[in-house]
Ligand binder design. Structure first.
Ligand SMILES: [Fe+2]
Ligand SMILES: [Fe+2]
Length: 155
């Protein structure tokens, strides 16, 4: 599968999980806990393959504007990984505060995904040919396979 298709499929899954999280009620403690765990897993894998495969290619081979796009996207990942998500994980799952923070996470990620899909991905499709996109897709699938193995070993 080519890199862009693979990443877009991730986006669909992540948006679905976020939608289910923000629609859940304060009483749905178990569901919220499960969804949050799943969202974290998906995000960890997704940001890693973008940051290890796609963004570096864009930084190296794109022009100045395109390189900037990759840096900006990485900062958005960092805001989620090091601030918004850790905060949410510390928040009492059955609280209204959790509901509010989950909504902010969803909005941030939807904005990020929208920028990638409307701006960055079309840029990549212009910059890289089909063979290269396939090759990057394969690299991403390999990284993900490795992560799954690590996860199994750890549990
Ligand atoms: Fe991203
Ligand atoms: Fe993405």
């Amino acid at each position: 599968m080519n890199a862009i298709e693979l990443l877009k499929q991730d986006h669909v899954r992540i948006k679905d999980l976020l939608g289910r999280l923000t629609e859940s009620t304060e009483r749905a403690v178990k569901l919220r806990t499960e969804l949050l765990e799943k969202i974290e897993q998906e995000l960890t894998a997704h940001t890693r393959i973008e940051e290890e495969v796609l963004y570096p290619a864009l930084r190296k081979e794109g022009d100045k504007e395109e390189a900037k796009m990759a840096y900006e996207a990485k900062e958005e990942h960092r805001a989620v990984d090091s601030l918004v998500l850790p905060d949410l994980k510390k928040t009492e799952v059955g609280s209204l505060e959790f509901s509010g923070r989950a909504k902010v996470l969803k909005e941030l990620l939807e904005h990020h995904i929208e920028e990638e899909e409307s701006d960055m991905f079309p840029t990549c499709e212009k910059l890289f040919d089909q063979a290269r996109l396939d090759e990057m897709g394969q690299q991403m699938a390999d990284i993900r396979k490795g992560m799954k193995k690590e996860l199994k070993k750890a549990s």
